[in-house]
Design a protein around this ligand. Structure first.
Ligand SMILES: Cc1cc2nc3c(=O)[nH]c(=O)nc-3n(C[C@H](O)[C@H](O)[C@H](O)COP(=O)(O)OP(=O)(O)OC[C@H]3O[C@@H](n4cnc5c(N)ncnc54)[C@H](O)[C@@H]3O)c2cc1C
Ligand SMILES: NC(=O)c1ccc[n+]([C@@H]2O[C@H](COP(=O)([O-])OP(=O)(O)OC[C@H]3O[C@@H](n4cnc5c(N)ncnc54)[C@H](OP(=O)(O)O)[C@@H]3O)[C@@H](O)[C@H]2O)c1
Length: 218
């Protein structure tokens, strides 16, 4: 879903959890656009079976709020359940005997306080690259365990400036990589300008799909 409504003033603040703000924004969009009838939140598909005789998918669905089991049927079933939802620990012998706090980035307790602790971060994928600089100023000691090399691309904004969206992005009022209050105000009041910005940046993002299509001529 593209963020076709301007981002909120509240997103500007630092210090509070951006994730909860984005979730609240999407929740509001869901209600404002009357999507409650067509999108079922907190429902988990637990079983899907193709009925060859009737040519239909038969589903078992659990309402995670009430525990109620439901059934549904459809002619076409599109699985978009993601590849990152079922995380696992790396197979490190003896890991289960570790006596400190063992935390996986996909299942981090929100209230975990890493300050003044000795922390070991395993891995330098995107998570490791983001977590290390974020916690480093506050931990007592940090050890980053790296197995192979990684490469980091220049910031997206710099790439955008050099792209077809360059003119629109250059005209933005930014404080470093952040939109200023003035800019957010303009997004909220000038819908034509906001639409131009969204379309220009989406065009750049969408053009990158050619990279993952081996048959692409681009
Ligand atoms: C920490 C982190 C940061 C990231 N940052 C970026 C970033 O900055 N930029 C970027 O481009 N990408 C980023 N990514 C990658 C990006 O989040 C994923 O590529 C993207 O979310 C995948 O989208 P998806 O719709 O395929 O899956 P998901 O976003 O995982 O959505 C799948 C949905 O299916 C639901 N689901 C799963 N099983 C069932 C079931 N049985 N029944 C019903 N529903 C089910 C899940 O609850 C979930 O809502 C990040 C990933 C992580 C983990
Ligand atoms: N801002 C973002 O865009 C963002 C942020 C976070 C996550 N994501 C996405 O989320 C997905 C998961 O990312 P992720 O970084 O959590 O996981 P990941 O990409 O699978 O990276 C895991 C890292 O852990 C290392 N590792 C695994 N087992 C190890 C071991 N036993 N000893 C030492 N190192 C070990 C891997 O090393 P090897 O490379 O040697 O295997 C790799 O560097 C990716 O698709 C990523 O793009 C995106």
């Amino acid at each position: 879903m593209s963020l076709y409504k301007p981002c909120r003033q509240e997103w500007l603040g630092r210090g509070t959890c951006l994730v909860s703000k984005i979730q609240a924004y999407l929740q509001k969009l869901y209600e404002d656009e009357h999507m409650t009838d067509v999108i079922k939140l907190s429902h988990q598909v637990s079983h899907a079976q193709w009925n060859e005789g009737e040519g239909i998918w038969e589903l078992k669905i659990k309402n995670l709020s009430t525990g109620e089991m439901l059934t549904d049927r459809c002619h076409f079933l599109l699985d978009r359940s993601g590849i990152l939802n079922y995380w696992k620990w790396p197979s490190i012998p003896g890991l289960e005997r570790f006596r400190g706090n063992l935390i996986h980035s996909a299942n981090r307790p929100e209230d975990f306080d890493y300050r003044k602790k000795k922390v070991v971060v395993i891995g330098n994928g995107s998570s490791g690259v983001q977590i290390v600089p974020a916690i480093q100023p506050e931990v007592q000691e940090l050890i980053h365990v790296i197995r192979s090399a990684t490469w980091v691309a220049p910031p997206g904004l710099e790439n955008m400036k050099a792209s077809t969206a360059g003119e629109v992005v250059q005209a933005l009022d930014l404080d470093g990589l952040r939109f200023t209050e003035k800019q957010i105000q303009q997004f909220n009041t000038d819908s034509a300008m906001y639409r131009k910005f969204v379309k220009a940046t989406e065009e750049v993002a969408n053009s990158k799909f050619a990279l993952v299509r081996p048959w692409s001529r681009n």
